[in-house]
Design a protein around this ligand. Sequence first.
Ligand SMILES: C[S@@+](CC[C@H](N)C(=O)[O-])C[C@H]1O[C@@H](n2cnc3c(N)ncnc32)[C@H](O)[C@@H]1O
Length: 266
Amino acid sequence: MSNFDQYFNANKELWNQRTIVHRDSEFYNLAGFKKGETVLTPIELAEVGDVNGKKLLHLQCHFGMDSLDWARRGAHVTGVDLSDIAIKEARSLNMELGLSAEFVCCNVLDTADYIKQEFDIVFTSYGTIGWLPDLKPWANMISRMLKPGGFFYIAEFHPVIWMFDDDFTHIQYAYENREVIVTESKETYTDRNADIRGKEYSWNHSISEVLNALIGAGLTIASFNEFMYSPYPCFQQVVEIEMGKWHIKGMEGKLPMVYTIRAVKQ
Ligand SMILES: C[S@@+](CC[C@H](N)C(=O)[O-])C[C@H]1O[C@@H](n2cnc3c(N)ncnc32)[C@H](O)[C@@H]1O
């Protein structure tokens, strides 16, 4: 048992609770997705490019909507998530949609113990690395899961956003905050009145920490981009300035909200 297992177990319990709320939420638009609407955002669609025929590993896939969107675009998808409820939902959605993605329930850090294949693309997005204490083993696992010539792609919320308190009234955390953040969770981003209870454990990661973990694992950074909006209204106090581009109220256009990295295995 690692020192972090108590944190991972608590987070799993919370994500199990959240999954049911998310599945039935307007935010995730499952009904629209089932009718064929895309749930991937223009950011990753433009930057990942054509996935047809590619083997794609989706890390922290939640209940599989993004994974299955890539599968509908022709990728051979394997999704990984810690939440057994999320994986159960993902498998059931895969069956319902007649797709052939595979889903594995495990800690993302243990992926290489569960999946003995290599991939053209390893993908993860929006709200993933904050659940991991240390990015070095994460990056090493990514490098191991990639074929030579394959690439890793991440679209993630910017660490500057995580410096603020929940209501964006003041800066609560230092940019280089390495300590575990313990939060008493009472709701979720899709429903601020949801009956969700439990402690969650998260970590902030600066941009240099993410880049250096990937470089240290032997990957070559092919692109790095920052976006001054979020494609999701998942924070408190957001305003939609243009369709699908959300900003923090009062700080519109002043904060980087998302970044993306593409890193290649030579
Ligand atoms: C914000 S969601 C995933 C983001 C995705 N864009 C979405 O909204 O569908 C975060 C996911 O990370 C998973 N997760 C948290 N910690 C994990 C870990 N240590 N290993 C694997 N999955 C983890 C949770 O179960 C959850 O499904």
